[in-house]
Design a protein around this ligand. Sequence first.
Ligand code: ATP
Length: 221
Amino acid sequence: MTNSTSSPRALHAFFGGTFDPIHYGHLKPLESLAIEIGIKRVILLPNFVPPHRIPPQASALQRLNMVELAITENPLFTVDDRELYYTIPSYTINTLKALRAEPDTLMSPIAFIIGQDSLLTLYKWHDWDSFLDLCHLLVLARPGYYPHFKRPDLQQWLESHRITNAMLLRQKLHGYIYLAHTPELNISSTEIRKRHHNRLKYDHLLPCAVHRYIELHGLYY
Ligand code: ATP
């Protein structure tokens, strides 16, 4: 009989983001994470309008198009556009519940990947303290952010779920936090939008197909 701590299983990894636009600060650390923990697939989940963020500048379709252009030649990535069809603001917890109930992932570990900055503000996300009942959290390093909460209860939450052996991610369906040793790239969508607006060079910060799309569609002026 199988139990929740027995044999290794496929780890389904999801990475949510506004992707306004997608950039190398998303893609390169994910490629490195895939090697670090041995996964062959990362599913990108573009957000609709995250309730805790200001609205994106590009439309949902434009953000999706840019994600698709960014990953066409990289078999590591696929995109799941379900959140873009929601008619009300999408909460990550609802997506995680839906993923957990699907046949592919029902009995498999799910990893939800976030950047270090997002880990520090996760407590502001809707129903955040239920996340670990549904998935593991994998955290990408990000320049200027460290895994230290000012609030002792949050630090305690981190320490009590944190693992350092990535193999454990396959032995339970959910419940662990893994801080990855991914490269720190000082790139953000905000910086790209600002650079473009100020007519500064930004093509080295994202895939060239995404750069071309931004120029062609006159985004971020
Ligand atoms: P913005 O500048 O508009 O806030 P962003 O660059 O942070 O955008 P998002 O699409 O909002 O990008 O981020 C999606 C996820 O990617 C978040 O979990 C975020 O922490 C993570 N992330 C974004 N940029 C980096 C980076 N350079 N290194 C590591 N993680 C990143």
